[in-house]
Design a protein around this ligand. Structure first.
Ligand code: AMP
Length: 124
């Protein structure tokens, strides 16, 4: 389960950003890294993360600069286009906190695509 205190440098995505763990990189710029999810839930499943130390969407939208926020959302669209998902379509997801069942406490947006994705939420 996610830890929702201050940002902790030992999370998996921080280690990927520091090059201590490998990733299948899809896109990188000054503010953003995107890589394939290790346990894909769709034919295409990419994670887009900011390079800054933000726990979640809540943390990011409160503390990040306008430049970081702009760069992050521009990159999400850019990655989706790079993956040729703009036309068939895709789904974005950002889990936050306990009810959102966030597992890794470094903000990430999931991009899912490559097939019809079905209903937005399964009934529990
Ligand atoms: P969330 O539940 O939104 O926090 O999603 C965390 C995601 O990170 C899951 O989809 C995991 O499969 C993915 N994940 C965990 N470790 C790695 C890793 N080393 N490389 C790529 N994806 C990972």
């Amino acid at each position: 389960m996610a830890k929702f205190g201050p940002y902790e440098d030992d999370n998996i995505f921080a280690k990927i950003l520091r090059g201590e763990l490998p990733c299948e990189k899809v896109y990188e710029d000054q503010h953003v890294l995107a890589f394939n999810d290790i346990n894909p839930q769709a034919p295409i499943h990419v994670l887009v993360i900011p390079k800054g130390p933000y726990v979640s969407m809540d943390d990011f939208t409160e503390k990040a600069s306008d430049e970081e926020i702009g760069a992050f959302f521009r990159a999400v669209g850019k990655v989706a286009r790079q993956l040729e998902l703009a036309e068939p379509g895709y789904r974005l997801l950002a889990n936050h906190g306990t009810d959102g069942m966030q597992e890794v406490p470094h903000l990430h947006i999931h991009i899912f695509g490559g097939r019809k994705l079905g209903p937005m939420l399964k009934t529990a």
